[in-house]
Design a protein. Structure first.
Length: 247
């Protein structure tokens, strides 16, 4: 049982982020929600893990399912997203750097009562809107295929989609205006309407924000949405600190 919980921990953490915000107003920010609030609250409150960790879907609730998966705004290869590859490399380099700092601290002259902080900073810039669209479509279609092969296709279906890495940004006159929102992008909404006919809700989470989209109302969103948006990849800065205290 411990192994099953650990294998689904990313999915559980993501769902709990949304649940805590939607129901208890804690943590990440809800940017958009066109769902019936009580219905979505009931879905999130009653969701529980699929104990068969290799099977579709990730979560069940009364009358439906939730399937979690990630998308990225960086290029993807058979080895994974460029962001994850870069992040893994930076993590290895950071570990080596801190081991060297540990060694230097241990071998340094003794100065009781002193402390110092060391910092390692990594910046990831390998993100673009074009890569996001490719990743979104590829991953949506993969999980849609799993849905169609399952026995849950006629139940209420929620896709919990988590963007990994930096958020996209919308620019006006070459100046950053706001963070990207799925519910404002006619390009992606028209694709969703055409493709996700068996999905009822999308919950889209990006860093510290999320949107809840009721797909039964997608025509209204498409009419309101904008075309020709200047959408660009963002940057992600990771900072690691270590405190050294001489006692």
């Amino acid at each position: 049982m411990m192994m099953k919980n650990r294998l689904r921990q990313n999915e559980v953490d993501c769902l709990n982020k949304v649940k805590n915000s939607f129901i208890y107003f804690k943590g990440i920010k809800k940017e958009f929600d066109n769902s019936d609030h009580l219905t979505m609250e009931s879905i999130l409150n009653s969701a529980h893990q699929n104990e068969s960790h290799n099977d579709f879907p990730d979560f069940f609730f009364g009358g439906g399912i939730i399937e979690h998966f990630g998308v990225t705004a960086s290029d993807e290869t058979r080895k994974g997203s460029q962001y994850k590859i870069d992040d893994a490399y930076c993590q290895r380099e950071k570990d080596k750097h801190f081991k060297q700092l540990d060694k230097e601290f241990i071998e340094s002259p003794h100065h009781p009562g002193t402390m110092r902080t060391k910092m390692v900073e990594d910046t990831h810039k390998c993100f673009s809107y074009e890569s996001f669209i490719k990743s979104f479509k590829r991953n949506v279609e993969h999980h849609l295929d799993s849905l169609k092969k399952s026995k849950y296709v006629n139940e209420v279906v929620v896709f919990l989609i988590e963007q990994q890495g930096a958020s996209l940004g919308v620019y006006t006159n070459n100046i950053f205006n706001r963070f990207y929102m799925l519910s404002e992008d006619r390009n992606i909404l028209e694709y969703i309407k055409e493709t996700l006919t068996d999905v009822d809700y999308i919950i889209f989470i990006a860093t510290n924000r999320y949107e809840v989209i009721d797909l039964s109302k997608i025509d209204v969103l498409i009419r309101r949405a904008k075309t020709g948006l200047d959408i660009r990849g963002g940057r992600q800065k990771d900072v690691s600190l270590k405190l050294y205290i001489d006692i």
